[in-house]
Design a protein around this ligand. Structure first.
Ligand SMILES: NC(=O)c1ccc[n+]([C@@H]2O[C@H](COP(=O)([O-])OP(=O)(O)OC[C@H]3O[C@@H](n4cnc5c(N)ncnc54)[C@H](O)[C@@H]3O)[C@@H](O)[C@H]2O)c1
Length: 277
């Protein structure tokens, strides 16, 4: 068996207070990385950091809204100040705010671009100074140290999905960012890839029952979940016949965070049980 060691590496995972992000944080820490855990929800961020510690790993929780201007700089600084480096960035934070185009307000569409596109752009820009300087020094010393960016997308971005005009636009846009940054940062030995999910069992796609979880963004309470009928239809057309687990989703991300993907960049891996919309 090939063991994956991320000893001495520092990872930043946005939106890692629950769901897929939490599973990613736990798997990265389990492989030896120190993890900066971020979430809008402070209690959730602290809980993930606690779970990492309980499992014998190292984590630092920094709660906050990744779409707030200036906050991505704080995240990059938290990695360098607490753990001395920033080697792996997973742009995972996200949520859905679904409607057909004629019901979609400017604010709603913009919110989807802000979380799925503008925030990842700012996170990578915030990290760029440190990453470029470090890579230049390593190259001057004759060393090649690979760093990793994984942007999270969706089959709603690669295939399109009726009712998700804002979400699918943001998730398609992040693929363009991934391919561009792979070209800009290749010279700094950074692999930049994207993982797109089908349906993974998290709060985001829990069956809507009328008493649903919601996420509060800039004063707006947005219900998260999917109609139970849609979930049944998806299971019926998914080749593997079921939804994925957060751990299975995180495993696809771990590949792009590990040395196993050192010669892969600018690619999109779909982790969806074979499902396409
Ligand atoms: N679950 C799925 O089926 C699925 C499918 C395709 C893509 N995705 C994507 O995977 C990623 C993770 O989703 P999940 O299913 O784990 O959802 P989730 O709701 O379980 O977790 C997402 C986390 O992101 C956090 N978050 C949201 N906005 C934030 C912000 N502005 N700043 C900081 N944190 C913020 C939330 O508080 C939450 O804890 C998202 O980008 C989502 O779009 C999920």
């Amino acid at each position: 068996m090939i063991g994956i060691s991320l000893d001495g590496r520092t990872a930043l995972v946005t939106g890692s207070g629950r769901g897929i992000g939490q599973a990613i944080a736990l798997q990265l820490a389990g492989a030896g990385a120190s993890v900066v855990v971020n979430d809008l929800d402070e209690a959730a961020a602290k809980q993930t950091a606690e779970l990492v510690s309980q499992a014998g790993g190292k984590a630092f929780a920094l709660a906050g809204d990744v779409t707030a201007p200036g906050f991505p700089e704080q995240l990059a600084e938290a990695a360098v100040n607490n753990f001395g480096s920033l080697d792996i960035i997973v742009n995972n934070a996200g949520y859905t705010w679904d409607t057909v185009i004629q019901k979609t307000t400017d604010q709603q569409f913009q919110a989807m671009l802000d979380i799925h596109l503008v925030a990842p752009f700012r996170v990578l820009r915030a990290a760029s100074g440190w990453i470029r300087e470090k890579a230049k020094r390593e190259t001057a010393e004759g060393r090649r140290v690979m760093r990793k960016v994984v942007n999270i997308t969706s089959i709603a971005g690669t295939d399109g999905n009726a009712g998700q005009i804002g979400y699918s636009s943001g998730k398609a846009g992040i693929i363009g960012m991934t391919k561009t940054m792979a070209k800009e940062w290749g010279r700094y030995n950074v692999n930049v890839n994207a993982v797109g999910f089908g349906l993974i069992e998290t709060r985001l796609i829990q069956p809507l029952t009328g008493q649903d979880a919601s996420i509060e963004i800039k004063g707006n309470k947005i219900a998260v979940g999917v109609q139970p009928k849609v979930l049944e239809n998806v299971k019926a057309i998914c080749p593997l016949g079921r939804l994925g687990t957060p751990q299975e989703a995180a495993s696809a991300v771990l590949f792009f965070c590990s040395p196993l993907s050192d010669y892969v960049t600018g690619e999109v891996l779909i982790c969806g049980g074979g499902l396409h919309f």
